[in-house]
Design a protein around this ligand. Structure first.
Ligand code: F6P
Length: 359
């Protein structure tokens, strides 16, 4: 058996641990393993395809990033192509990809990615490719699995930031607004905000009103707590549904969301008279060593992905359904996007301990 592994979309701590575990599990079955560089670019002649051996994957489990590199502009069904006049068009290169995979003797693939990459994998499966998925995202927004690897590390990074902001906020009687990742799902903001004992948590799933945020800050002020910590997911919106969008996305890329913390800090300062500062945690959340939890989950996912290839589970992804690793059809996992349930116990407990969601 000759299999290939690819990593697509934004990176997440734990990718290398998946690559290592999948490779070693495949090698131990006597298979040959190839690594496709930069999403599917390696299969489109735009990058390399490399052999993955025990040597290639040695000493990488604890490293962030991905030795295979990645891209969020590599959808083979709408691949961005620059025209001679500088403009961009999107072209369908899926047939070329399938031909190249066949010419390289690739009999099956393990595609590690978030909802976008998994949707691409499913379309390729429908065109006859034999692919098994591994769900990846720091946002934890892929359904069908209790959690994705990378999420725990991102939450840990956000908690460390909140802890540090706490001491300086308290020393200066300031309101600190911390923006964390989460374009559509507020899991990072919720989990880090509750664990870091933030005062206000703003997530895309619960629209906020600025009056309520200011009231939470001022109620706290009147009770003698002169500082406040606000954690906001980058995609959180007010009741009008206006998310802040910054920057120009590159062709073929999802929209870039951000800038909400700075906007909020200004409005809260204007309305409350309290000094407000903002900070965007940004890509720090995607970098660094995976936590022990993420390393173990990633390793289990990698081993389970090789097993799923052995079992011919094409169009399935591996998933954590505690305490087991199972496989679920990718179509089922993608049917409903995973979002924070506002009636979930984490939200209810957060409210019970005094956290405002601004609603
Ligand atoms: O999908 C994961 C994610 O971390 C989002 O929360 C965030 O909006 C996005 O990636 C940022 O991606 P990029 O690095 O392409 O700007």
């Amino acid at each position: 058996m000759r299999i290939a592994i690819s990593t697509g979309g934004g990176d997440a701590p734990g990718l290398n641990a998946v690559i290592r575990a999948a490779t070693l599990s495949a090698l131990s079955r006597g298979w040959t393993v190839l690594g496709i560089k930069r999403g599917y670019a390696g299969l489109l002649g735009d990058d390399e395809v490399i052999p993955l051996t025990a040597d290639t994957v040695r000493g990488i489990a604890h490293l962030g990033g991905t030795i295979l590199r990645t891209t969020n502009r590599g959808n083979p069904f709408s691949f961005p192509k620059q025209q001679p006049d500088g403009s961009w068009v999107e072209v369908d290169r899926s047939d070329e990809l399938i031909d190249n995979a066949r010419n390289l003797g690739i009999q099956a693939m393990i595609s590690i990615g978030g909802d976008g990459s998994l949707a691409i994998a499913q379309r390729l499966v429908e065109k006859g490719m034999r692919i098994v998925g591994v769900p990846k995202t720091i946002d934890n927004d892929v359904a069908g699995t209790v959690t994705t690897f990378g999420f725990d590390t991102a939450v840990q990074t956000a908690i460390e930031a909140i802890d540090k902001l706490h001491t300086t906020a308290e020393s200066h009687d300031r309101v600190m607004v911390l923006e964390v990742m989460g374009r559509d799902a507020g899991f990072i903001a919720l989990h880090s905000g509750v664990s870091g004992t933030a005062d206000v948590v703003l997530i895309p799933e619960i629209p906020w009103r600025i009056e309520n945020i200011c009231k939470a800050v001022m109620d706290r002020d009147r009770s003698g707590r002169k500082f406040a910590i606000i954690v906001v997911a980058e995609g959180a919106t007010d009741e009008k549904g206006e998310a802040s969008i910054i920057g120009e996305s590159m062709p073929g890329q999802d929209r870039r969301v951000g800038g909400i913390a700075q906007r909020l800090a200004k409005v809260i300062q204007d309305r409350t008279g309290k000094e407000c500062r903002s900070m965007v945690l940004g890509h720090l959340q995607r970098g660094g060593m995976p936590t022990g939890y993420d390393r173990l989950l990633a390793t289990r996912f990698g081993g389970a992905a090789a097993q799923a290839v052995a079992d011919g589970k094409w169009g399935h992804m591996v998933a954590l359904q505690t305490p087991n690793i199972v496989t679920v059809p990718i179509t089922e996992a993608l049917r409903t996007p995973k979002r924070v349930d506002p009636s979930h116990d984490v939200v209810r407990t957060a409210r019970a301990v005094g956290i405002s969601f601004g609603d």
